[in-house]
Design a protein around this ligand. Structure first.
Ligand SMILES: *[C@@H]1O[C@H](CO)[C@@H](O)[C@H](O)[C@H]1NC(C)=O
Ligand SMILES: *[C@@H]1O[C@H](CO)[C@@H](O)[C@H](O)[C@H]1NC(C)=O
Ligand SMILES: *[C@@H]1O[C@H](CO)[C@@H](O)[C@H](O)[C@H]1NC(C)=O
Ligand SMILES: *[C@@H]1O[C@H](CO)[C@@H](O)[C@H](O)[C@H]1NC(C)=O
Ligand SMILES: *[C@@H]1O[C@H](CO)[C@@H](O)[C@H](O)[C@H]1NC(C)=O
Ligand SMILES: *[C@@H]1O[C@H](CO)[C@@H](O)[C@H](O)[C@H]1NC(C)=O
Ligand SMILES: *[C@@H]1O[C@H](CO)[C@@H](O)[C@H](O)[C@H]1NC(C)=O
Ligand SMILES: *[C@@H]1O[C@H](CO)[C@@H](O)[C@H](O)[C@H]1NC(C)=O
Ligand SMILES: *[C@@H]1O[C@H](CO)[C@@H](O)[C@H](O)[C@H]1NC(C)=O
Length: 484
């Protein structure tokens, strides 16, 4: 083989390899009572060769921890800011100034911010008119602010949309269209995205499609080759993901944007809190998804053109996520809240197993359980109170602790409350029914967690903090004296 041909082939091999790995990223949410320190999360991303991350806000501690990491970042603007951003160019300017400009300036540490996600599923049907009227205004003011800050050639503005933005008659992709109430807004948004060469971000959840639609099977959601396929005008659909994706492709074509680039902003499978939410099913789904993306087959309507990027939802479990959509909401992580892999899937690390977070700092090995020797007639009220504030989702039907019968499930509820409250003695009271133990009550898959130690979570750390503040005060006074 001629050297030139060899070099071309080698180049193609290398570039296809990098594009393969570059295409998968993860969502990093921080709705946790005891979040892992950002520096640990970045170690986790690096250890697993994850090259892209999507955030839901612009937390300076998180962004600083990503500086110099060579990881591409999407920062987020919460829905609650859309109204003020759309009504004022000044608000948009200060958002860009405070949350973007400094990471690009000299000494800003070099955070590789690629996208600003304006809002998070702002068109969700259940939100009604709450955010919809402000999206295009917010997007255009942020874009103007980016141009003003000379960053518009580096950062693209996008709007992550849930798949409920589009629908189709009898689930056929060829009949896809945008929700009628969104038609006008969507055309404005797509015109903007197209003008600025920004992709359309869509969140697709085969797990939710399965739950909402009786006319689909678990195998179809899990990319199983044995799943019953569906025919749709000479195209054959073999999985739920392709079906939803192509419904979007048809909807985009229908309003005049057949070539709009698509990025999958969120996709994943929960592992607890509902039927069919388990680590082994999630592993099957994720391996099916990643295999499908790596095959580069694309979908029937976009053959050989798979989504340019796909962000797994989610990196970690978050115990403060709202459960209005279901008890599984706190269990989307590929990793547990403390950064341990629940199963294996190639997120960029290849054939190796996923690496866990190392040297995690926990609260002491203590749990709160029900004291069986007490009068238990009043226990129900205490359980309800604990569960209304803490996380009892593992006790739901299909959950990892559903098999704990009474009174084990009472202990589970008490412990969850106790851990969320930093193991404070007064959070294991329950009218005298609580008992602190050093014996781990976990059984089988049902894990009684011990929470993470965070900077403010123990009295030990509390006093350390006081020492630090004292030290800082002394240092600043010394510096101050030194300058005068
Ligand atoms: C990470 O991905 C890059 C690009 O594909 C690859 O060259 C490298 O070997 C990977 N690193 C590890 C530690 O797997
Ligand atoms: C910057 O982002 C943070 C976190 O999302 C937000 O709280 C803050 O209001 C933003 N700053 C401005 C000036 O909008
Ligand atoms: C259910 O699926 C079948 C084929 O799998 C299809 O013929 C039928 O139209 C679907 N019904 C609905 C209501 O989506
Ligand atoms: C949405 O807009 C497109 C393009 O203007 C139009 O063809 C279609 O009929 C509209 N659909 C609805 C439901 O208004
Ligand atoms: C789908 O179409 C193929 C041929 O294109 C056919 O072999 C198959 O039986 C059809 N499946 C269904 C469920 O109609
Ligand atoms: C979920 O799992 C249960 C048993 O594990 C099964 O009976 C049920 O059909 C599944 N639900 C769906 C929607 O597939
Ligand atoms: C039972 O709980 C209620 C409400 O917390 C409390 O007012 C009552 O005194 C309790 N009864 C006993 C016997 O502990
Ligand atoms: C719960 O118990 C039932 C019957 O004993 C068993 O089939 C099931 O696998 C158990 N579930 C879990 C999550 O342990
Ligand atoms: C605990 O289990 C009992 C049955 O053993 C059940 O009646 C009760 O509702 C469960 N409580 C919770 C909080 O899951």
């Amino acid at each position: 083989m001629a050297l030139k041909q060899f070099l071309v082939l080698a180049f193609l091999a290398v570039s296809s390899l990098t594009s393969r790995v570059r295409a998968i990223g993860v969502n990093w949410g921080t709705s946790a009572s005891h979040p892992l320190p950002p520096s640990k999360v970045v170690e986790l991303l690096k250890a697993n060769n994850i090259s892209k991350v999507k955030l839901f806000d612009a937390d300076p501690l998180v962004l600083q921890s990503l500086s110099g990491s060579r990881i591409d970042v999407t920062v987020g603007i919460p829905n609650s800011m859309l109204r003020s951003l759309s009504s004022s160019k000044k608000v948009a300017e200060s958002w860009v100034h405070d949350n973007l400009t400094r990471y690009f300036s000299n000494g800003g540490g070099g955070v590789r911010i690629e996208y600003i996600a304006v809002g998070d599923e702002p068109f969700l049907q259940s939100y009604g008119e709450q955010f919809k009227p402000f999206v295009t205004g917010a997007v255009s003011n942020i874009q103007t602010a980016l141009i003003g800050a000379k960053l518009s050639n580096k950062v693209k503005v996008v709007v992550p949309c849930n798949s409920d933005a589009y629908q189709s008659v009898s689930g056929l992709p060829s009949k896809g269209h945008f929700r009628p109430d969104l038609n006008k807004t969507m055309i404005q948004l797509l015109t903007f995205l197209s003008k600025h060469h920004s992709p359309f971000f869509v969140n697709i959840y085969p797990f939710l499609i399965l739950h909402q639609n009786k006319n689909t099977s678990l195998d179809f959601a899990l990319f199983k080759p044995t799943a019953h396929s569906r025919n749709d005008s000479h195209k054959t659909y073999k999985n739920s993901f392709d079906t939803s994706y192509d419904t979007l492709v048809t909807a985009l074509s229908g309003v005049g944007f057949p070539d709009m680039e698509i990025v999958v902003g969120q996709i994943g499978w929960p592992t607890d809190g509902a039927m069919n939410a388990s680590s082994s099913i999630a592993e099957t789904f994720m391996k099916g998804l990643v295999g499908h993306l790596h095959s580069k087959l694309g979908t029937p309507l976009r053959s050989r053109k798979p989504p340019t990027e796909t962000y797994i939802f989610s990196l970690l479990d978050e115990d403060q996520r709202s459960i209005t959509a279901g008890n599984f909401e706190k269990h989307w992580g590929v990793f547990t809240f403390d950064g341990q892999a629940k199963y294996n899937v190639d997120l960029g690390q290849g054939l190796r197993k996923l690496a866990n977070v190392q040297n995690v700092e926990y609260l002491p090995s203590r749990w709160c359980v029900l004291n069986n020797n007490k009068d238990l007639s009043n226990v129900t009220a205490n359980v309800l109170e604990a569960c209304s504030l803490a996380d009892c989702t593992a006790l739901s039907p299909g959950g990892s602790c559903f098999n704990l019968s009474w009174p084990g499930n009472v202990s589970y509820a008490f412990n969850s409350f106790f851990q969320e409250h930093d193991q404070r003695a007064d959070s294991c009271e329950f009218g005298g029914l609580g008992l602190i133990t050093t014996v781990d009550p976990s059984i089988g898959n049902c894990r009684f967690a011990v929470e993470l130690r965070t900077s403010l979570s123990t009295s030990l750390h509390g006093s350390l903090l006081v020492w630090w503040m004292l030290l800082i005060t002394i240092t600043t006074s010394v510096c101050f004296l030194g300058f005068t």
